[in-house]
Design a protein around this ligand. Structure first.
Ligand code: NAG
Ligand code: NAG
Ligand code: NAG
Length: 264
């Protein structure tokens, strides 16, 4: 009897752990989770120029007319100053850090709040890092870029981005350093990070670039609202190195090249 009980406690514990660590893919803003299917090797068999040919569902990566990333001098980009266009309402919630192979992604399990754009509410799902930056400003690329991926109830996507240049360490990444170190080259591994407050990711309060583009990883889904902070923040060299090391076996760098506007 006692044995049965402890087995059942063990089983429940196991189930709980499974629940925490195997997050349903529906909430991951449609980004591809399996990392080996594409990479960032220019000219390689599954590199960025080939993404659209790897799977039919990824064809927008080659044929899409509003692909990301782009340079901020592109005429599609608007400078937004009016704070009321972005109503940021993020809140702390439980999160798991996952090594997706092509990047490190912080996935909120519970309600991490939302942003309101044009009366559409987009809930925060996850954040991940690209190095070097994917978006460029007047042709200049930066050392790191974070994407905060949001999704509305009808599956519309909005991404807030912040670019970083080398300098003083970023306090948000500092908080996650132990967790990131524990998953170096552990593709598919998840660690529970506790309660993470998305407000600790510092963005600009008022100044944004805004344009309509796509996800920068397959399936390159379009009609994504991009809000890119015009205030550049800093990150230390060792923090960028740590993020690189964590995915090193799979991607030396993980920035999709700038996309040309394709003629309509
Ligand atoms: C918000 O609505 C305005 C007016 O309808 C439109 O011009 C603008 O493109 C919209 N912005 C976004 C990000 O959807
Ligand atoms: C989506 O729908 C749920 C349930 O109706 C609601 O609570 C939530 O605020 C809605 N918005 C987002 C962005 O999830
Ligand atoms: C991850 O970070 C959390 C919060 O700081 C900590 O409690 C946990 O032990 C860390 N896990 C690992 C594997 O480093």
């Amino acid at each position: 009897m006692k044995n049965m009980q402890s087995i059942s406690i063990f089983a429940h514990g196991f189930l709980l752990v499974m629940l925490i660590f195997s997050h349903p893919s529906s909430t991951q803003a449609q980004e591809v989770e399996d990392e080996r299917e594409f990479d960032y090797v220019i000219g390689g068999p599954i590199g960025p120029e080939k993404w659209g040919e790897i799977k039919e569902e990824w064809s927008l990566c080659s044929t899409g007319k509003m692909q990301s990333p782009i340079d901020m001098s592109n005429p599609r980009v608007e400078r937004v100053v009016n704070p009321y266009t972005l109503n940021r309402n993020h809140k702390p919630s439980y999160a798991t850090l996952k090594n997706r192979g092509h990047d490190i992604s912080l996935q909120w399990e519970g309600d991490a709040g939302s942003i309101l754009i044009n009366n559409t509410e987009y809930a925060l799902k996850q954040a991940h890092w690209h190095s070097p930056s994917e978006h460029t400003i007047n042709g200049r690329s930066y050392d790191l870029e974070i994407h905060l991926v949001h999704m509305s109830n009808d599956s519309k996507i909005a991404v807030m981005a912040v670019l970083y240049t080398l300098g003083i360490r970023d306090s948000f990444l500092s908080m996650l350093e132990a967790n990131i170190s524990s998953m170096i080259n552990q593709k598919g591994q998840s660690v529970y990070s506790g309660i993470i407050n998305p407000r600790d990711i510092q963005t600009s309060r008022w100044l944004y670039y805004r344009y309509i583009g796509s996800l920068t990883v397959p399936p390159c889904t379009e009609q994504v609202v991009w809000m890119i902070s015009r205030v550049i923040r800093t990150v230390s060299k060792s923090q960028v190195k740590l993020l690189r090391e964590a995915v090193n076996d799979y991607a030396e760098n993980n920035a999709r090249p700038i996309q040309r506007d394709r003629c309509k």
